[in-house]
Design a protein around this ligand. Structure first.
Ligand code: SF4
Length: 117
């Protein structure tokens, strides 16, 4: 099972202002390229850790968990503890950098990442 989370710095960061996040999530849902999608305002906050832990613990079937948002290296650092706590294999997390893109650019970048990993 593949899932995609979008994380957008509370919706206030200029990096995510040019894109329509719901259009992106809806397109990916409609096309069925992943089994589930979700939006979280701030995955690197404490409640984001809880969300990631619960999601990854409850879903042993997750083969890949894509997170479209900020820099993938930053994501890996910020989510490490939550995944460890949940016993979730960190290599299943694939970060996708969509900062400063418009809707179409973000969609194509996400689709390329889904196809190549
Ligand atoms: S995980 Fe990245 S995109 Fe999400 S709120 Fe934190 S810095 Fe922003």
């Amino acid at each position: 099972m593949k899932g995609l989370l979008m994380c957008v710095c509370q919706g206030t960061c200029p990096s995510f202002q040019k894109m329509n996040i719901f259009e992106i999530l809806n397109t990916l849902r409609r096309e069925g390229v992943v089994e589930f999608v979700a939006l979280h305002p701030q995955l690197c906050a404490d409640d984001g850790d809880i969300f990631l832990s619960i999601l990854s613990k409850a879903n042993e079937d997750i083969e890949k968990l894509y997170v479209a948002g900020c820099d993938p290296k930053m994501q890996a650092k910020m989510f490490r503890d939550a995944f460890e706590k949940a016993g979730f294999d960190r290599t299943k997390h694939i970060g996708i950098d969509i900062r400063n893109m418009d809707t179409e650019q973000a969609l194509q970048t996400i689709k390329r990442a889904l196809e190549s990993s």
